[in-house]
Design a protein around this ligand. Structure first.
Ligand code: TRP
Ligand code: SF4
Length: 413
């Protein structure tokens, strides 16, 4: 599901929309991450230009007094991504703190972000209340969503796959982008510059552009808008700045320097933990992707079931059993029908019921663990992948930042 879809790809319609997401390196990845996030990334990378990064600065906002946690988890997290099928040939992988442009954009955006916008983001107060053992009354923590906004806007990402809890951060990002474009997208001589840029695309194209623009602005003809965008996309002889100017001019407004992103909610595969609550390290109810198979088997064998089944002869209700969501993810219809019927009639025991699900979990994790072991044996390869991704990311980040600096009066050379 897309939140804010109408803005997707406002800048360069010809190109596959850019997708960006980050993950905080605060612990080992588990099945919740795999089903809730990684499988979606693996799919997205085949359809879009994807950027995935380790949000180590974001981890520091809450774990500033435990730097070792971050250090220990950064590379393991990248290994888990790769093992899960994130492909460095399709997606760009990097570490946030290696791209200082994120920080500069964060500072620049902080100039125009009202304090009240940050204070009213729900996660700000919620997290402070929930993580009582940490002092989160810091400047860094208040700025968390704006830093996330900088992460997104620096790549002019159209789509941001996130969980429900992050939608408010993407919404803030949209508001900041809008404010930015409003403040800086309107150069005083905007109109004249746009008309000047039109001359660069040739007489015929220029005339067509004007006609299409009028069709859209005067009659709301969306087809004309699409055609005009495609026309611009084909132009090779104009600068990036002029191109952006003409994309913005098409819609009547100013130059869109920072396009508004849309949140992309993952198709929620509900993968709760061993006790039925959300799978989370803090509940100690996880199956880590790299848990030893014997440990996984033991965790699953001993996970709780419907409390009504005290004895083997007591019938149960799958709806009240933490094992059932595992069957929903891992079993086919036939196995599910067998488990459901066997549970309700006390025809099967719980261990018997779990058996096919345990086998399916182990089978799913086997190739992932094998790949993880390969990458773990070759740390240099992993570092090279991240260095390579960082280089690509920095190039794009640098382009955006140059536009932002110039727009804010810092374009000295
Ligand atoms: N805040 C996100 C989380 O906790 C991580 C994150 C940081 C992120 N920057 C981002 C996600 C940019 C998407 C886009 O999950
Ligand atoms: Fe749960 Fe299966 Fe036992 Fe029923 S038989 S309580 S579904 S583990």
């Amino acid at each position: 599901m897309l939140v804010g879809l109408q803005h997707v790809s406002t800048v360069f319609p010809g190109q596959a929309p850019r997708v960006l997401s980050g993950m905080r390196p605060t612990g080992r990845l588990h099945l919740g991450h795999y089903h809730g996030v990684l499988k979606n990334w693996v799919k997205l990378q085949t359809e879009y230009e994807c950027f995935f990064f380790v949000a180590d600065w974001h981890a520091l906002t809450t774990h500033y007094n435990e730097p070792h946690v971050i250090e220990e988890n950064v590379w393991d997290m990248v290994i888990d991504w790769l093992a899960a099928g994130v492909d460095p040939n399709s997606a760009t992988l990097f570490i946030q703190s290696r791209i200082p442009e994120h920080a500069e954009l964060h500072v620049l955006l902080s100039m125009i972000t009202p304090l009240s916008w940050l204070e009213r983001v729900p996660s700000y107060k919620d997290q402070q209340a929930q993580l009582k053992d940490r002092d989160l009354s810091t400047f860094g923590f208040l700025g968390y969503p704006l830093l996330q906004g900088a992460d997104i806007l620096i790549y002019r990402a159209a789509m941001v796959p996130v969980g429900e809890d992050q939608v408010a951060h993407v919404e803030l990002t949209r508001e900041v982008a809008r404010r930015f474009n409003h403040l800086y997208g309107r150069e005083p001589d905007y109109e004249a510059r746009a008309e000047e840029a039109i001359k660069q695309i040739g007489k015929k194209n220029g005339k067509l552009y004007h006609e299409l623009r009028r069709a859209y602005l005067e009659r709301g003809d969306r087809e004309a808008l699409t055609t005009a965008r495609a026309l611009l996309e084909r132009q090779k002889n104009i600068t990036l700045g002029d191109k952006e100017r003409l994309f913005g001019y098409l819609e009547g407004g100013g130059k869109i320097i920072l396009p508004e992103p849309a949140a992309l909610l993952a198709p929620t595969a509900r993968m709760p933990g061993l006790d039925g609550r959300k799978m989370s390290k803090s509940y100690d109810n996880v199956i880590a992707l790299r848990d030893d198979p014997a440990v996984i088997e033991n965790k699953l064998k001993t996970m709780p079931t419907d409390p009504a089944r005290v004895r083997r002869t007591d019938p149960g209700d799958p709806g009240k059993c933490p094992v059932w969501p595992f069957h929903l993810v891992y079993s086919d219809d036939k196995t599910r029908a067998w488990a459901d019927q066997g549970c309700r009639s006390a025809g099967i025991g719980c261990l018997e019921c779990k058996r096919p699900m345990i086998e399916a979990v182990l089978a799913e994790l086997k190739p992932i663990q094998e790949r993880a072991a390969e990458f773990a044996r070759d740390p240099q390869l992993v570092r090279n992948i991240v260095a390579e991704g960082g280089k690509r990311a920095r190039e794009i980040a640098g382009e955006t930042l140059a536009d932002v600096r110039a727009a804010m009066g810092l374009g000295y050379s």
